[in-house]
Design a protein around this ligand. Structure first.
Ligand code: SF4
Ligand code: SF4
Length: 357
């Protein structure tokens, strides 16, 4: 049974919405899809049941909504999916780290993407609401229970790679997604994006903690999760794999052959994500108090990590550097942290783990 042809006005409206996304609002990617329940409900339940969400208990909340975004907005007819580019393959080459420095994942080097994307989605919603009375909108960026990557594939923007991140065929995976649900009658993309991973296994082989099985990441082993989400002790067996990653990890994206071939670093990257810094001094972090952390993370997505988590991560990265190059001053500092009763157990325990290793 063939679908009824879309109304010409739906097609025209869709075209103008997508033009507004990529024009006025500056998104690199934009598409429209219908709002149907997720096709991945069984896989998501199995992933949770296997404990691969680690301590991200919030993923167990609102499961029905997460698997059926239509529950988020009464009368929803379509989802506008948008994406910003925050890095290209040319940005893979960071200046070498010196001892005592820890690396930040690329998405967190500029301004907080939640705010950067939401502000423009709200502006888009306001302008559409002004010209389409009675219609409603709801923006979601990462924090709301929406499976953006599945919607992005349906909207023809990109496919979900074996590392579970969305990949656009030309722009790659250094992208950040947002979704605007709407009651407007828009014409959904007819052809979902096909999977182009093929026989490639580069990300699986490169992952230092063996967190990736095709199309599934074990959150409880992933460095991004461990350094950003996990608020408890990081098992010493995972320390070495963390390497120099103080906050997040980009390795599975660095090795992906689909990352943007733009040759100029920063080409096509939305201005707000221009890197302000790509590293922190680890001993400096060990000296931070709450005010210092707040100052360092102003308008950054890094404020997701607490002070204790940042110190724990800094201790682990220092420990990894000590494996390569023992340093008496760092050793003394780690001993002092382990004995410092003013530090939370998360930090002191990490220092003990590193010293005992
Ligand atoms: S972010 Fe790092 S640790 Fe996580 S799956 Fe990718 S390579 Fe592995
Ligand atoms: S590295 Fe290869 S397998 Fe992994 S996401 Fe990229 S194309 Fe897919």
């Amino acid at each position: 049974v063939s679908e009824p042809a879309p109304q010409p006005d739906a097609r025209e409206l869709t075209r103008s919405v997508l033009q507004a996304c990529t024009g006025t609002h500056g998104f690199a990617l934009a598409g429209v899809c219908s709002v149907e329940p997720s096709a991945w409900g069984g896989e998501f339940a199995a992933w949770l049941a296997a404990g691969k969400h680690g301590s991200m208990d919030y993923l167990q909340n609102n499961i029905e909504t997460r698997l059926d975004p239509a529950r988020m907005l009464d009368g929803v007819r379509a989802a506008v999916v948008v994406g910003d580019l925050y890095a290209t393959r040319a940005d893979n080459e960071d200046a070498p780290l010196r001892n005592g420095e820890g690396r930040i994942a690329r998405y967190a080097r500029g301004r907080d993407y939640h705010k950067v994307i939401k502000k423009r989605l709200h502006a888009l919603a306001d302008s559409l609401a002004a010209s389409h009375e009675g219609h409603t909108f709801r923006a979601a960026v990462d924090t709301a229970p929406v499976l953006e990557r599945e919607l992005a594939a349906r909207a023809g923007i990109g496919w979900t790679g074996k590392h579970t991140l969305m990949i656009h065929p030309r722009e790659g995976s250094y992208t950040l997604l947002g979704v605007l649900l709407t009651t407007l009658d828009l014409e959904p993309e007819a052809t979902p994006m096909a999977d182009h991973c093929g026989t490639c296994t580069r990300c699986i082989e490169a992952c230092p903690t063996n967190a990736i099985t095709p199309y599934s990441v074990d959150g409880s082993r992933c460095i991004s999760y461990l350094t950003i989400e996990h608020r408890e002790r990081i098992e010493p067996g995972l320390h070495e794999g963390i390497g120099a990653w103080l906050y997040g990890c980009d390795i599975c994206q660095e090795v992906c052959p689909h990352n943007s071939l733009r040759e100029e670093p920063g080409a096509g990257v939305y201005e707000a994500y221009t890197a302000r810094r790509d590293r922190f001094d680890l001993l400096e972090i060990l000296g931070w108090d709450e005010d210092a952390r707040r100052d360092a993370f102003i308008s950054s997505a890094m404020k997701r990590a607490t002070l204790a988590m940042m110190k724990r991560n800094a201790v682990i990265v220092l420990g990894n550097q000590m494996r390569r190059e023992p340093d008496a001053a760092v050793l003394d500092r780690l001993r002092a942290v382990a004995a410092d009763e003013n530090e939370p157990e998360l930090v002191r325990g990490a220092a003990r783990d590193v010293l005992e290793d």
